[in-house]
Design a protein. Structure first.
Length: 485
């Protein structure tokens, strides 16, 4: 077979190749690679592939972009299930096919991308925001806009610049391109001076994040809960008290019931010895076939006074949707029971102050951090567990998500993981401390208590989604500027 020269490739093929390249660039803007300009360049290539294309060509370009983006950005799923990776890849690609199909004009490209990402983060089974392009902008100049419109606005501005560059290069749309870029720059600049909350008059919290360390790349059913507990007890022995707050990771304790348990007594002793409020991740039974993933509070006198149970569970990680059907088709021995979902805002009331809580997977969802801060949280805690992953892909994306939540809420974030990454992040998303994967470490800092609300905390995602939907409907009604191939 004689290979076709590039010039012989059809226009739809060239567009799809450009879009695929854009997806690859977008994927490499994500942690652990994390060079944010690649995300904007990738979106520009995606917009270039859509400009002036037929519906069929746009659909192929959307699929190509999604394939380039998620085949890399969600590669970590192959560690658990190859068939699941392929199925999820097809699902995630479909959202960007829909975005491509509705991008009838370059000026609506940002709206289409925002709505696709919002849908991807909501359905099915509550959505899967990992691998999203906004994570790659966590350290870009655009990130301050999350104070106004959250991570989706950051993504919208990146898409506006990308499509604006493409429109600027086209004679018929150069004014629209200049407008897109100008709006993005102005909104990003406003984000830097937008309300961000402020420190309270109370003393800062002398906080310690505990990482017990240990090997990585094993599942919960393959580990000994006693080993994890012992590792964190040993690490806590090095705390130079008194301190105000000690944070342990998610799943650090696994018991039938934490009240009156031996593990509970160990935590009570640590609280008494350090003079600290201790917040630790506890997995405990909930009925015959369920369990709770909970952050439990011990006061300095060793009493349990409050707890928060994880609301957003990991589908196929902490529970199996439609279990009765799926267990007939697949082996579910690695997940023999389902987590029971909690309710209400993510907050615990402690002697160290009211603390917002987003447990692990919840840090990827703006609404969970928002609920705790709106309920009065002065600091955001993220107890997490990424020990199942052999690579740094998920742990680094989790730190990026925590940076976005810090910007959105105007709060410091304390993230505790058993094997990493643990981190201390200030209200401007700056990582002040980050642990080493697998090592036992203590991360200490004086953490300001903060109150007040950002614009995003007050309004959430609804205003941006309404604007995006209106822009998209207007674009569908006005097809000028696009032609078939």
């Amino acid at each position: 077979m004689v290979a076709m020269p590039p010039a012989a490739l059809s226009t739809p093929v060239r567009r799809a190749l450009a879009a695929a390249g854009g997806g690859v660039l977008g994927a490499f803007s994500l942690p652990p690679w994390g060079w944010w300009p690649l995300g904007i360049a990738g979106l520009a290539l995606y917009a270039f592939a859509l400009a002036g294309a037929s519906r069929r060509s746009r659909a192929w370009s959307g699929a190509a972009f999604g394939l380039g983006m998620f085949s890399i950005g969600l590669w970590w799923i192959t560690e658990f299930h190859a068939v699941g990776y392929v199925a999820l890849l097809a699902l995630e690609i479909s959202f960007f096919v829909a975005a491509a199909m509705t991008t009838t004009r370059l000026v609506v490209f940002p709206a289409a991308v925002v709505l696709a990402e919002a849908a991807r983060g909501a359905v099915p089974f509550g959505g899967l925001p990992l691998g999203g392009l906004a994570l790659g902008q966590a350290e870009s100049p655009l990130v301050a806009s999350s104070r106004i419109g959250g991570a989706l606005l950051v993504l919208a501005l990146a898409a506006a610049i990308g499509s604006g560059v493409v429109a600027l290069a086209r004679t018929s749309t150069h004014r629209a391109g200049a407008a897109l870029i100008a709006v993005a720059v102005v909104v990003a600049a406003v984000g830097w001076i937008a309300p961000a909350g402020s420190p309270t008059s109370d003393d800062p919290i002398d906080a310690v994040v505990v990482q017990g360390g240990g090997r990585r790349g094993f599942r919960a059913v393959e580990s000994d809960p006693g080993d994890v507990l012992d590792a964190h007890v040993r690490a806590s022995d090095d705390i130079d008290g008194p301190v105000d707050l000690v944070v342990w990771p998610e799943n650090a304790i696994d018991v039938d019931a934490i009240d009156d348990s031996d593990a509970g007594q160990l935590l009570a002793a640590i609280a008494q010895e350090t003079g600290a409020t201790v917040v630790a991740g506890v997995t405990q039974d909930a009925g015959i076939d369920g369990f709770e993933n909970t952050a439990v509070v011990w006061t300095p006198d060793g009493e349990i006074t409050d707890r928060y149970t994880k609301v957003r569970r990991v589908p196929f990680g902490e529970y199996v949707p439609m279990r009765a059907l799926i267990e007939r088709l697949a082996d579910l021995s690695v997940l023999p029971r389902d987590a029971v979902a909690g309710r209400g805002p993510g907050i615990v009331l402690t002697p160290a102050g009211p603390l917002a809580v987003a447990i692990s997977y919840e840090v990827f969802f703006s609404d969970r951090a928002r609920s705790g801060v709106r309920a009065g949280g002065e600091v955001l805690l993220v107890p997490t567990n990424a020990a199942s992953f052999t690579t740094s892909q998920v742990p680094t994306q989790e730190v990026a998500a925590a940076q976005l939540r810090a910007w959105e809420t105007g709060r410091w974030v304390l993230q505790a993981a058993p094997t990493g990454y643990s981190a201390v992040i200030d209200e401007r998303g700056r990582v002040r401390h980050r642990s080493v994967l697998g090592e036992a470490q203590l991360l200490s800092d004086e953490v300001p208590r903060r109150d007040g609300q950002t614009i995003y905390m007050r309004l959430g995602d609804v205003p941006l989604l309404v604007v995006a939907a209106a822009a998209l409907l207007l674009g569908v009604g006005r097809m000028r500027g696009f032609r078939g191939d």
